[in-house]
Design a protein around this ligand. Structure first.
Ligand code: AHR
Length: 659
């Protein structure tokens, strides 16, 4: 196994470069604390793209559980006598199936569900199967056999879990049982056989691991939630993204359809349904099982401030930008009411209509919503003219709630230049900026926020990622440049109040957009290097910015700064100084970091350094190699009031120093 240094040398030499370290004198002013860093500074952006919700974070293992996909048996295989009916017990999901005796013995009527890219199950773990059922003609009970099967095995050996279920009434009732597989299988199938001759009706067929995040029944995948919690995010934005807008307004994300009993949450198409270049038959819908209650709850459970974003009366402008596609101004009231009702759902007393629903769902305490986004990536005059009445109504009813407006889909340019002044005019509290940009852009944007107007709205860098080298997939170099760029967010924490990388999740078999922060299959999940970058910033965000300069200039990768980007903070709670440095150059850099303003008798007592580096600039962690590139921590020698060290080429380092 080659060591990192040897590999690094090989990379540099093969590029004909000398490993000559350059000298860099950095000065951190410790006497005067700068701007406070908001608790919301580094957070998460969630959107149901790349099978992030159904088939991802939402732990339901059955696809099309209510038979409501436009092709009602998508995700299912049926055999024997299976009929589709549409007068079921749930008004907004009326379809269900009827299983009848086929006249061919006890195994000839039934149905299989193939899940999302198969059903991932582990040996010895428990899976809760539930179904709404009835015996339509009454009389004798109906008998079912419910199994998890490995379809690659033969005959009876296919079953890796099997249980019997008796359905005994004419009225619809929920039945459940637990399946415990005898073998692990990432792509098992759920199979239901009708045993005996009695006809049975089935609706809302569901299978969840019992071991979900915090054990919730309508729960979330534990490993994925753990990764979110481990990041220590300050804010959680949901539910998107373009999904807020919908392909058209009919399919926009309507939060009111996502609360209340899961069985009666209507199916919605997914805006990303049409964007799979490599899949001929997209089957991407939103069950809304992961809805606004669940989003608020998970935000609370991971300690992040919830940031819901609502439709502003505009359909996705990329897909549908003609005036008829949008809500006329005179018809905007119900959209504004949706926003006011959402605030009531999150914060209202339990004797209000929406506060009561929250309490009925299990959370009488308010969710302490403080900020709401209106519109996602909107542009043109059609946006401010709609945003304005929202802001007025929200200010009037809830003066403490902050409103986030949009600066459009681009990081600069005509729309951006038009929308920022509009957001100032409307006194939006924060402006959402989006930038999926190439390496060159990230390298040039270290000082992006240094000259922003300090009197206007604050910045929410709401969607960003480095789409490097025209490849648009995850790799170390892109993550390094994100780290470099983020020194500029941190240095400008007086104006940048939130930042969220995007998108968050991707299923390896169901993605349409990359890079993404976290990848997974049915069994495993992977932290990318970009994830570690976000995590290092979130864990070491400190409480106040400290001024850091090199030759009296901020370190922004500018001409003469040897490809270095740096920022410094202090943490009032721990008494630590934290310096983040990204060396984006192909040369090692000697760093001499002086901590000016410390009292004469004070000195630095200890220093830790956490580094992200690899010779494999084009690679990232994958399901096959989840730990190829991980942060490595060392201790450093410090003396007096300075730290002298050397930073390898293409490396991001966080130095944590104690007085
Ligand atoms: O993050 C993916 C998409 O990028 C979001 O849905 C949208 O807001 C942006 O265009």
């Amino acid at each position: 196994m080659k060591t990192y240094k040897a590999l690094c040398a090989a990379v540099a030499l093969s590029a004909g470069l000398a490993l000559q370290a350059q000298e860099n004198q950095l000065v951190v002013q410790t006497k005067k604390m700068g701007a406070e860093i908001q608790p919301t500074m580094y957070g998460l952006f969630f959107e149901d793209i790349n099978y992030a919700a159904d088939g991802g974070l939402y732990a339901e293992l059955v696809k099309n559980r209510s038979f409501e996909f436009p092709q009602h048996f998508m995700g299912w295989n049926t055999f024997g006598l299976v009929e589709l009916k549409d007068d079921g017990p749930f008004e907004r999901n009326p379809h269900y199936v009827r299983l009848s005796y086929s006249g061919h013995g006890h195994k000839h009527t039934g149905l299989d569900n193939t899940g999302f890219f198969g059903i991932g199950v582990r040996q010895g773990e428990e899976y809760r199967f539930s179904v709404w059922a009835r015996v339509p003609q009454g009389g004798e009970a109906a008998k079912l056999r419910v199994e998890l099967v490995d379809t690659k095995s033969m005959g009876e050996r296919q079953a890796i879990a099997s249980q019997r279920l008796t359905v005994d009434g004419k009225e619809w009732k929920k039945y459940q049982l637990v399946l415990k597989p005898t073998a692990t299988n990432p792509k098992a199938t759920l199979r239901i056989f009708l045993e005996g001759k009695q006809t049975v009706d089935l609706e809302h067929v569901s299978l969840f691991p019992t071991d979900t995040w915090k054990g919730h029944e309508n729960g979330l995948r534990k490993d994925l939630m753990q990764l979110l919690a481990d990041l220590k995010p300050g804010v959680f934005r949901f539910p998107g993204g373009c999904i807020v807008e919908g392909t058209d307004l009919e399919t926009r994300y309507n939060w009111k359809n996502t609360v209340g009993p899961v069985e009666n949450r209507p199916l919605n198409e997914n805006r990303w349904q049409y964007t799979f270049t490599h899949r001929f038959f997209p089957d991407y819908f939103q069950s809304y099982g992961l809805g606004f209650y669940e989003y608020f709850l998970l935000s609370e459970e991971i300690g992040a401030e919830p940031l819901p974003v609502l439709n502003c009366g505009l359909a996705c402008q990329y897909q549908n930008n003609n005036p008829e596609a949008h809500v006329a101004l005179c018809d905007l009231d119900s959209y504004i009411q949706d926003a006011l009702d959402l605030i009531e759902f999150a914060n209202g007393a339990t004797d209000t209509k929406w506060g009561k629903l929250r309490a009925d769902m299990g959370h009488p305490e308010p969710f302490h919503l403080k900020v709401i986004g209106i519109g996602n990536e909107q542009w043109g005059p059609e946006y401010p003219v709609r945003l304005e009445p929202f802001i007025k109504a929200i200010r009037q009813a809830h003066p403490d709630i902050k409103v986030v407006g949009s600066s459009g889909p681009n990081s600069e340019g005509e729309q951006f230049d038009y929308l920022w002044p509009e957001m100032k005019r409307l006194k939006a509290d924060l402006v959402d900026e989006h930038f999926y940009r190439p390496e060159k852009w990230f390298l040039a944007q270290g000082a992006r926020y240094d000259n922003y107007d300090r009197k206007g709205p604050k910045v929410f860098a709401g969607e960003y990622a480095c789409h490097g080298k025209g490849k648009k997939w995850n790799h170390f170099h892109a993550a390094l440049l994100e780290a470099a760029f983020m020194t500029g967010l941190e240095r400008n924490a007086d104006i940048v109040h939130m930042a969220t990388y995007a998108p968050l999740f991707a299923h390896v078999e169901g993605w349409q957009w990359r890079p993404d922060l976290i990848w997974y299959d049915n069994m495993n999940s992977v932290r990318t290097v970009s994830y570690y970058v976000q995590q290092l910033y979130a864990h070491y965000k400190g409480t106040n910015v400290l001024n850091l300069t090199m030759d009296k200039r901020p370190v922004t990768g500018a001409e003469g700064q040897n490809g270095l980007f740096a920022s410094a903070v202090c943490d009032k709670n721990t008494g630590e100084y934290i310096v983040k440095v990204a060396n984006t150059s192909d040369k090692p850099q000697k760093l001499n970091i002086t901590f000016a303003g410390m009292k004469k008798k004070e000195s630095l007592a200890s220093a830790r350094c956490i580094k992200l580096q690899t010779p494999y600039l084009d690679k990232d962690n994958t399901v096959e190699q989840p730990n190829l590139i991980t942060p490595q921590e060392t201790t450093l020698h410090v003396a007096g009031q300075a730290l002298s060290t050397e930073l390898e080429p293409y490396t991001f380092a966080v130095y944590i120093l104690k007085k």
